[in-house]
Design a protein around this ligand. Structure first.
Ligand code: SF4
Length: 290
């Protein structure tokens, strides 16, 4: 059959893959691991990015991923782009760890904003996923805060008062808008909203939506635990039902490709280029494999 079947046309999203925050965290890790005088071992509290292949690559270079400080002995603690709560940072310092902080500047900004909102007397509200590490770090910056993921959570809000509202950086503008509309129906005397969405994440969402409307099948590459990748996949599914969230080529059930001529590919902010390139190479050659 080789040679007769049409080769799949592959189109890439205009913006996809590593964002500046993730790129900074990875290069910071590589720099520390390469320094002969850094305190060893080097730990990352939680995976440095939500991508198991990249975590494994860095593990081979000496970066140990742990779930809690209790699993760390002594050495260097690398704070990933999601950031941590100030109390956790203090705890690490008290334990004598050398700290290298690779928190994304936009997450740092969000942390400072909630502290300022609380200092100004607002009830802080975060629109985001309660269990996401970024949100947990932000929650730890203030003494009182409400996290709301969807409209179903809005009954957690106080009945009235002054709300200071921020958003997890990788939420979509559409979701933020919907949530603000629903909160606006409450009887709050003041709503102060500070836009903490990440432009990089928005650009990835917009270019993914634009692309998925033009293709027969859409692939969103990235870790299954990556919030921004999951959001990309959810958005694409709304516009193209033939959307698949995968970590790499091996996970693809090739039967979904039959009958498809044009495929779109995007990737989350924590998906390495080599994963994307490998996937595209296989996809472009798919017709030849048949
Ligand atoms: S997605 Fe945006 S906020 Fe999150 S790490 Fe990347 S640049 Fe920073």
């Amino acid at each position: 059959m080789k040679g007769n079947a049409p080769i799949m046309k592959v189109m890439m999203a205009a913006k996809c893959g590593f964002c500046p925050g993730v790129r900074n965290a990875i290069s910071t890790a590589e720099e520390i691991l390469a320094q002969p005088d850094s305190k060893k071992p080097v730990y990352s509290l939680g995976p440095i990015i939500h991508n198991k292949d990249e975590v494994e690559r860095l593990r081979k270079g000496g970066l140990l991923t742990v779930d809690s400080v209790d699993e760390m002995d002594s050495g260097t603690a690398l704070i990933r782009s999601h950031g941590v709560a100030p109390s956790e940072m203090e705890h690490l310092k008290d334990q004598g760890f050398q700290i290298v902080d690779a928190t994304c500047v936009l997450v740092k900004r969000l942390q400072h904003i909630v502290q300022q909102l609380e200092a100004d007397g607002y009830e802080v509200v975060i629109i985001g996923e309660e269990n996401h590490p970024e949100v947990q770090g932000v929650v730890g910056c203030v003494s009182d805060v409400v996290v709301v993921a969807t409209e179903a959570d809005l009954d957690k809000l106080p009945r009235n008062g002054r709300l200071g509202i921020v958003c997890q950086t990788t939420q979509s503008p559409e979701h933020l808008g919907r949530m603000l509309g629903a909160i606006g129906r409450g009887s709050f005397s003041e709503l102060k909203v500070i836009n903490t969405l990440c432009k990089e994440a928005i650009k990835r969402q917009e270019s993914a939506i634009e692309l998925c409307k033009r293709v027969d099948i859409m692939f969103v590459l990235g870790g299954l635990h990556s919030a921004n990748t999951r959001r990309l996949a959810d958005l694409c599914k709304k516009h193209n039902q033939a959307t698949f969230h995968l970590q790499n080529w091996d996970e693809l059930d090739k039967s979904v490709l039959f009958g498809k001529k044009v495929a779109g590919v995007t990737a989350g902010a924590s998906t390495p280029n080599w994963v994307i390139e490998e996937f595209v190479k296989h996809l472009e050659g798919f017709g030849e494999d048949r």
